[in-house]
Every structure is written in structure tokens, then in C-alpha cells.
Design a protein around this ligand. Structure first.
Ligand code: AMP
Length: 290
């Protein structure tokens, strides 16, 4: 079905494969792919625009993947705005929007589907400690989507740094024939990383939320300009964040950008990652320093 926006909407795996073999495959063109959970914002659009600049055909998937949500997480209330998303995809240069149902994606049932298990040293730390099973759900859906879309390049945001690292590792380890293209985090003017979940924030929480990025930069400045030790800088950042009303840090940690192993001394390249709950809203951010 071609929507009023001019974007082709595909809802079944069979139709996607047909499109891939005929329209896209026959012409031997470069296919770019942007997997999303919808509720699109400028961060997603930046990925789509980059894909459109580098590829002749761009597929965006919009699928809120139940397999990557824990039992007490926000799967059922995750923001959904499909019609608006379609318009935004069209304006950013997407050609196809793949919008499958949960039944289409998991035909043998969520509980009994085959799963992809990335290396525990990447998944069982940082966000993985607070969201058990999350990255198995992510890797599984992403591998399935890669196998359906067969893209030449797939675009992922650095905002979800651990996810990007795990997907890159899956592509390397399983010799998947595509390139992963990282895209820098898109931010609000006060520094808050854009996220579909930011719509949950009250206006008070919204003001506090920008402190996360400020603290990441403060740690960088402390270590690179004033010679403070990484441990001291992290402790000061953590204390500042925990002093803010309603905010609870889950982790604030500097890591090796490739292996995600913790760093105890400041040495570039390095990535500082943070996750915090602001009320019930879970926010993540990171700062990559080369
Ligand atoms: P999501 O819909 O949250 O699953 O995100 C889909 C893709 O968009 C992922 O590759 C995210 O990393 C990326 N993304 C989300 N927010 C941002 C942002 N603020 N800047 C850059 N990429 C983002």
C-alpha cells in the first residue's frame, strides 16, 4: 500500500520480501535501513536523512519490540504515533516503512522463538544489569529485520551506545553482509539527548534532565583539563546527580568504547555512559571522547 505521503507501507514479511526481490533487488541499488520503535523525533530523522543521502532506497521499520521489554517496563504505554511518523519518514526521504504486527514478527510465539545471545561481557553490564534480557531481545529483532530487509547499510544512533556496540559485534561475529553506520546523538538545545521517552517527563523533570549531559561534559573537562582522577570526577558527578530531586543514578561509568570494559584511568578514546531514573522515566546518555 502506498500511503498519502508517497511512502510505501508494508505490513507482512512476505510483502517485504517481494518488494526486496522485485523493486529493490532487480535494480541492484544500495539499500539503507533504519530500525526504530516509532514515536519519531529529530534523532530518528537524522538517521533517515543520512541513509537517504548515502543510499538509493531507504527502509524504515517501526516496530515496538515486546521481546526487549521487561515485565515491569513500558511496552504497553510506549508512545505510538504511526500517522505522524509516516509523514516524517516521507519528509526525511524514506521510501518504505515496514510496520509489522507482533504476530508477524514472532510467528511461533514470543515465548518459543529462537533468540540471538550476544556475548555476556557486552550485555550483562551497564543497561543490561538493570534490564535483564533486553539486549537478547534487541539482537534477535535486529537480526530478523536484517534478514528480511537485506540492507547494504544500517544506521544506528550513538545515543544507544551499548546497543550499537552489541549490534556491530553481532555483524562481525556472524559475518553479516552489511555495514553498520553510527550516527552522532542529536540533542535538544540544552543538551538533553532526544528520546521518544522524553515525552513522559513533567516540566520540572524536563529541566533537571539536561544535567545528565552537563555531568558527562564536566567529567571530561575535569579529567582532560584539570587532571582530576577519573574516580574523583565520576564520584563528584554521581553525587551531583543524586542530589537532584527525583533523580536516581543507575550507573555512571567510563568504559573502553570497543569492549565496554570499565576504565579506571582517563585515556582516550573513552566513552562515559550514564543511566538514571527521573521519577519513573529511564534516561540514558553518553559522551564519546576521541
Ligand atoms: P528507538 O526508536 O529508540 O529504538 O531508536 C531507533 C534508532 O534511533 C536507534 O538506532 C537509536 O540509537 C536512534 N536514536 C534515538 N534517539 C537518537 C538521538 N537522539 N540521536 C541519534 N540517534 C538516536
Amino acid at each position: 500500500m502506498t500511503s498519502a505521503t508517497g511512502v510505501k507501507v508494508i505490513e507482512s514479511v512476505d510483502d517485504l520480501r517481494k518488494w526486496r526481490k522485485t523493486t529493490a533487488g532487480a535494480q541492484g541499488i544500495k539499500i539503507g535501513f533504519v530500525p526504530t520503535m516509532g514515536a519519531l523525533h529529530e534523532g530518528h530523522l537524522t538517521l533517515i536523512r543520512k541513509a537517504a543521502a548515502e543510499c538509493q532506497s531507504v527502509v524504515v521499520s517501526i516496530f515496538v519490540n515486546p521481546l526487549q521489554f521487561g515485565p515491569n517496563e513500558d511496552f504497553s504505554r510506549y508512545p505510538r504515533s504511526f500517522e505522524k511518523d509516516l509523514e516524517m519518514c516521507a519528509q526525511a526521504g524514506a521510501h518504505v516503512v515496514f510496520h509489522p504486527s507482533v504476530d508477524q514478527m514472532y510467528r511461533s510465539g514470543l515465548g518459543s522463538t529462537t533468540k540471538v545471545v550476544p556475548p555476556p561481557e557486552l550485555t550483562e553490564r551497564l543497561c543490561g544489569l538493570f534490564r535483564p534480557g533486553h539486549f537478547v531481545g534487541v539482537a534477535t529483532v535486529v537480526l530478523k529485520l536484517f534478514s528480511m530487509v537485506e540492507p547494504h547499510a544500517a544506521y544506528f544512533g550513538e545515543k544507544d551506545f551499548q546497543q550499537l556496540t552489541i549490534i556491530q559485534r553481532m555483524v562481525d561475529d556472524l559475518d553479516l553482509p552489511l555495514t553498520i553506520v553510527p550516527v552522532a546523538t542529536v540533542r535538544e538545545t540544552d543538551g538533553l539527548a532526544m528520546s521518544s521517552r522524553n515525552t513522559y517527563l513533567t516540566s520540572e523533570q524536563r529541566k533537571i534532565s539536561s544535567e545528565l549531559y552537563k555531568v558527562l561534559n564536566q567529567i571530561k573537562d575535569d579529567c582532560s583539563e584539570t587532571n582530576k582522577s577519573l574516580r574523583e570526577a565520576e564520584a563528584a558527578g554521581q553525587a551531583h546527580l543524586n542530589s537532584l530531586p527525583d533523580l536516581h543514578v543507575q550507573y555512571l561509568e567510563a568504559c573502553d568504547p570497543k569492549t565496554l570494559e570499565p576504565r579506571f584511568e582517563w585515556k582516550t578514546p573513552i566513552v562515559i555512559l550514564v543511566a538514571a531514573k527521573l521519577g519513573n522515566v529511564r534516561l540514558i546518555d553518553n559522551l564519546l571522547v576521541h
